[in-house]
Design a protein around this ligand. Sequence first.
Ligand SMILES: Nc1ncnc2c1ncn2[C@@H]1O[C@H](COP(=O)(O)OP(=O)(O)OP(=O)(O)O)[C@@H](O)[C@H]1O
Length: 439
Amino acid sequence: MSNIRVCALFRPLNSKEICDHGDNVSISAVDSDSFLFKDEKEEEIEFHFDRVFYQGSEQANIYEFLALPIVTGAVNGVNGAIVTYGQTGAGKTYSMEGPSIMDCDENKKGLLPRVVDGLFSAIRLSGEMTKYTINLSMVEIYMERVRDLFDLSKDNLLIKESRAQGIFVCGATNICISDSAEALRSLSIGIANRAVGETQMNMASSRSHCVYIFTIQQELKKEKRSGKVILVDLAGSEKVEKTGAEGRVLEEAKTINKSLSALGNVINALTGSPQGRANHIPYRDSKLTRILQDAFGGNSQTALLCCCSPSSSNASESLSTLRFGARAKHIKALAHVSLTEDEDTKSPGALPVIKDESCERILEKLRQKMKAEDVELLEQLFVLEGIFFDPNSVEEVEAAYEDATSRTILSLQRRVEELIATVEELKEENKALKSWIRS
Ligand SMILES: Nc1ncnc2c1ncn2[C@@H]1O[C@H](COP(=O)(O)OP(=O)(O)OP(=O)(O)O)[C@@H](O)[C@H]1O
């Protein structure tokens, strides 16, 4: 069973599209989960998704189908991510925020305010015995730098991993929210800060990924659980580099392309894993995939909303968005509950025992396969790279080891190149000195 939901969304035609191309659309609906798409050569391709939201769909229906299961999961300790993908102007931010995060018509409210309401109503329904704490952080990824949207002075944050928190943005402001109104106020501050940062850097919001992280901790007697919902409004997926862009715009486009490709590669690796064998998943190839690691891996539920313009004038970009979504639909992963550190190490429950056994089994296999000094090197590299993780398989350990060693080899190669250059410079200097002495 696949625990990723992939939906396609077609926003209404806008006035420019109508003015330039009339009401020519590239899609014709078959039913609620499939449609025919006409590409630029007028060839028809049939697409199937978990659900298709055609023009005029209700925001409430998108939330209920795509996000509600993730909200319910997060309140029960299962991580989840909701990602909007598509070209600039395709409706990603509208789907996420609605026309405005505050003061918005109830029907038009986007996923974010609905997720907030959903979290608090799930908590209300769960009874008074359980104590919940919800924290919110908001970061933006621009040119592979992670910036805190609650504190713009923190503009190059690191992504780390710990047993207790899983993947987290180190040093990001975490706001404890106690009700929907407070959450919306905080979100609107983050969104306003994003606009301030854009002006400061002369950058458009469509060129950065915006990441909203809700962490939900629950405590019942001595039992603690934690789940999180990550919402990502991705940068525009359009192929800017083909338009002859140069300078910073080209650099931005390359960086966005790289991170979206990394997202695609992670999806491919998850999709292409042969049964029963853990593939190496290249989460570390971009900040985006690293932040999403525990939302795309085993412990997660994922939702991808592929936003498209219905206009035939945008057929090429819409096709690439739909292909991305179609590929993602094959992700297979098993959701399970996150236990906090206390429970992880102290509880006599089944999971920690399984983990200990599997760790011991992995170490034993490594000892058989590798020399003692290699195992030691592996440990040192993990400390150097700040890798703390719970290996689920020998393959995972080996993949991380390969990652760390290839980066070390790369940096050693660079050092050797630098030294060769220095030797060449010294030789030249030596030659010059010798001829100066002779003359
Ligand atoms: N479902 C929708 N219903 C009505 N209008 C919409 C819808 N989706 C998008 N729009 C309108 O289309 C325009 C572009 O949408 P939006 O800003 O969400 O695009 P985007 O994909 O987030 O672009 P960017 O990458 O530039 O941030 C907005 O003016 C928005 O109001």
